[in-house]
Design a protein around this ligand. Structure first.
Ligand code: INI
Length: 160
């Protein structure tokens, strides 16, 4: 029975990280977690690629642009959307989730969803290096695993 599983060896991988600046204090901690993961798994620090966008709403278009460049094996999207802070939480969070997923489907490149969607800033902080871990680290680990899995799977004839 052929069984496929992606390893966490990132030494050979080209990974792009896109971080949303809104709620920057927290998104910087997600970025710290993502970089820690990528470097611990073997990517030389000078080869990790980072781009900043204004907010989570901009993550899907930037992710699609970067993923379709052909220069990366995986993309990690990071952002922080806090419900208490905005009446249009559902639009920003919904667009980010749907759009990032669609960008991954459209490009065939794994794009990890490291966007916190929480009720309060305290809940976001807990998930950005606090007692609930660091979702930036987890998203980067998912990106590594998916990039290695895709490299080992049978090649698609089309991206559809
Ligand atoms: N962007 C976020 O990343 N998080 C938020 O909580 C947020 N709030 O609260 O509005 C937010 N808004 C900005 C949005 O992502 C866009 O940058 C902006 O609408 C310009 O397109």
């Amino acid at each position: 029975m052929p069984t496929y599983e992606g390893s966490f060896d990132a030494r050979h991988l080209r990974v792009a990280v896109i971080a949303a600046r809104f709620n920057e204090t927290i998104s910087k901690r997600l970025l710290d977690g993502a970089l820690d993961c990528l470097i611990r798994h073997g990517i030389p620090p000078e080869e990790v690629w980072v781009a900043w966008v204004p907010g989570a709403f901009e993550l899907p278009s930037a992710a699609k642009r970067v993923a379709s460049s052909g220069e990366f094996d995986a993309v990690v999207c990071l952002g922080v959307v806090i419900k208490g802070a905005t009446p249009h939480f559902d639009y920003v969070a919904g667009h980010a989730a749907h759009g990032i997923g669609q960008a991954a489907l459209d490009t065939g490149v794994p794009i990890a969803f490291g966007v916190l969607t929480t009720e309060t800033a305290a809940q976001a902080e807990e998930r950005a290096g606090g007692k609930m871990g660091n979702k930036g680290f987890e998203a980067a680990a998912a990106a590594i695993e998916m990039a290695n899995l895709f490299a080992s799977l049978p090649k698609p004839q089309t991206n559809l």
